[in-house]
Design a protein around this ligand. Sequence first.
Ligand code: FDA
Length: 304
Amino acid sequence: MVEKVSRNFFLFLSHNRLISSGAKKWGLKFGASQVVAGVAIEEMIESLKELNQKGLVCTVDHLGEYVQSKEEALESTAMAIQTLEAIAASGVSSHMSVKLTQLGLDINAEFCLENMKKIVRVAKKHDIFMRIDMEDYTRCQKTLDILAELRKDYENIGTVIQAYLHRAEKDVDELQDLSLRLVKGAYKERATVAYQEKEKVDENYFNIIKKHLLNGKYTAIASHDHHIIKKVKAFAKENNIPKSQFEFQMLYGMRTEMQQSIADEGYTMRVYVPFGKDWYGYFMRRLAERPQNVKFALRGLFSN
Ligand code: FDA
């Protein structure tokens, strides 16, 4: 009960545009620096180097979402390209993740597609894989439509399927020839489109993981849930699925000891590294996921 109220509270706060735009001017606050790798590109590159040295690979996210003006979307596009150039120039091992609402999805889908094309073209030049994060349900089909357009010209691209959605299994079937990141889902969704009970989400999550692994396509299991991770390792072993066909992913700053031990066992462990001044919505979703994460925030109040 407390968990549900806390989740809804932080998800509600994550949408507050006023605080979000104010937060861009504050720098990282309330302990956000424990889950966000700095505001500037240089700070993010330093974090990537440290992670790579420990045997962890990365995917970088230049934070931002729900952009309302073309000007901001173009700025985000330019920043994504700058990020790709910095990854290439520094020689770090990293993919890049993007959110389409940062690139103008809510303004005009065609405009957003053009921005994505500019980014994916540069990523291709540097042989960097691009992952389109999945946002809330109202943007899900639009995101898959843009992905379909991009796939006509590019192969260095994939997306995310959220297990809490009723449509997840069908989407995994339709995208069975694509590299997929599978997650439980981070947004507040209606019961008409998404499972509400944790047990149902977990069950569907493991189902779609098994399905995509058995399809023989590359599967990124993005979860901090040790039960799921243990089950995936056992399932892969039983079914002779090689370690080269899947990877685990976790968020920067979360379960860092487990990240290291998974990498040390010889699995690919990819850390999702967010950076940038638009940290507020991302940080609120992390607080919503796990009440214990609120301790970060409370400790952070006194340290930055
Ligand atoms: P969950 O939060 O369900 O926890 C299960 C159990 O694991 C807990 O009960 C606890 O025992 C343990 N646990 C979890 N976190 C822990 C911690 N920090 N320390 C100790 N124990 C812990 N969502 C989305 O909608 N679109 C997207 O594009 C993405 N992308 C994405 C990328 C990556 C790399 C990750 C890891 C996650 C996402 N997500 C996402 C978020 C995802 O949908 C989901 O909200 C969170 O990962 C939380 O669910 P988990 O599976 O991690 O475990």
